[in-house]
Design a protein around this ligand. Structure first.
Ligand code: PMP
Ligand code: GLN
Length: 400
């Protein structure tokens, strides 16, 4: 055994590589475990408590029974690659070659990791909006890249265009990583904001990576893929996932679409991460993408009502509520109901106090700025109405 290993054991130092030490356990794992341990209503991790369409489940089951159980092609089964290309054409008028411009991944999570690993040299910078989904900084770090953060400000999660322009102009900036609709805020970037991002990408010859996993969960406004803006088709990698659209988050089927050289680069990374993605679920999601448009919008219609149920309830309890335009999540400022408390303290105490779990949004900010998002809490409303009502009743009786 190497001497270094023995010293590490003897000193109790972490075995985790330094570049990953800030990341350890995700907040979603921590809070879901806490929800189970305390028998709390879990409004933390974003997953629906009812499954998606039966017909998709049946296709996955039938695919297993029919023997679709060995390695599918690394880039994804042809049926799904074709379905993704057809979907992009039907919804956004984007023409893609399923062979060379679509790559299937193990959820959007792998797509994000493989993309950053494929595109970034150590020391490259990635412009991203803060708060940001937690895997972005971790994956940038795995790639040796450095986030350049541009702050979104409540109540409407606007940003300062000059701040974005300054961030994008840095000499080491490789790409802009955009998430619209946005987790955790539920913001849908406006056409003007997308235009600002696109203009900077073309002016500085940057790539863009867009995480659009909530593309079909929009309540106010509409989703516009960055790749549809002038000059962006061949410099944008678009990431999405079947998990959100069809309420099967545990299936982990995602994809990346982009111009052939970009997809080839991401495929090179993906093949050494997982090689391929589960075949039966790919088949089911391919079928789902081909359903009539109303079926893909069905979840959004139901979710809009759930958003209102939860937001109205939290508002009545005295929280400052930032009502989202999309996604599974509402953000609140807890300052009016828990003066002086940080979101972290509040969320750790909440399960014991009321039997409810939520996510401190401070985890979506750079730890180097500990005051950022200090009193913001994210609540998932992708739950049955009676579960949301139960959570609100628990919060009311627990004094939160
Ligand atoms: N991006 C965002 C913004 C997310 O909220 C999530 C979580 N669903 C993911 C990516 C990961 O998606 P998947 O479950 O398909 O890996
Ligand atoms: N995207 C989900 C959320 O924001 C979590 C997915 C995960 O646990 N990695 O809640």
């Amino acid at each position: 055994m190497a001497a270094g290993t023995i010293v590490a054991v003897a000193t109790g130092e972490s075995h985790l590589a330094r570049r990953l030490q800030p990341f350890t356990t995700t907040i979603f794992a921590t809070m879901s475990e806490l929800a189970t341990a305390t028998d709390s209503v879990n409004l933390g991790q974003g997953f629906p408590d009812t499954d998606g369409p039966d017909e998709l489940r049946e296709i996955a089951v039938a695919a297993i029974r029919a023997g679709r159980n060995q390695y599918p092609p690394s880039a994804g089964i042809p049926e799904l690659r074709r379905a993704v290309a057809d979907h992009q054409r039907a919804w956004y008028d984007l023409d893609l070659d399923p062979e060379s411009e679509v790559l299937v991944t193990v959820g959007a999570t792998e797509a994000i990791a493989a993309t950053l690993l494929a595109l970034c040299e150590p020391g490259d910078e990635v412009v991203m909006f803060e708060p940001s989904y937690d895997s972005y900084a971790a994956c940038a770090s795995m790639a040796g890249a450095v986030p350049r953060l541009v702050r979104l400000h409540p109540p409407h999660w606007t940003f300062d265009p000059d701040e974005l322009a300054a961030a994008a102009a840095g000499p080491r900036v490789k790409l802009v990583l955009l998430n619209s609709p946005h987790n955790p805020t539920g913001k849908v970037f406006s056409p003007e904001e997308l235009g600002q991002v696109a203009a900077l990408c073309t002016a500085h010859d940057l790539l863009a990576v867009t995480d659009e996993v909530y593309e079909h969960l929009v309540f106010d406004g509409s989703h516009v893929p960055l790749a549809t803006l002038p000059g962006m088709r061949d410099r944008t990698l678009t990431i999405s996932s079947g998990g959100k659209t069809f309420s099967f988050t545990g299936w982990k089927v995602g994809w990346v679409t982009a111009a052939p050289p970009l997809v080839a680069a991401v495929r090179a990374a993906k093949q050494f991460l997982t090689y391929t993605s589960p075949a039966p679920f790919q088949l089911a999601i391919a079928h789902g993408l081909g359903l009539p448009p109303a079926a893909l919008d069905a979840a959004a219609t139901e979710l809009a009502a759930k958003r209102d149920l939860l937001c109205d309830g939290l508002d009545a309890l005295g929280y400052e509520v930032y009502r989202p335009a999309a996604t599974y999540f509402a953000t609140t400022d807890i300052a009016p109901v828990a003066p002086g408390q940080s979101a972290h303290e509040f969320c750790l105490a909440l399960p014991e106090r009321c039997g409810v779990v939520a996510i401190p949004s401070s985890v979506f900010y750079d730890p180097a700025t500990p005051d950022a998002g200090r009193t913001l809490v994210r609540w998932a409303f992708c739950k049955r109405d009676r579960v949301l009502r139960d959570a609100l009743a628990r919060l009311a009786s627990g004094g939160a």
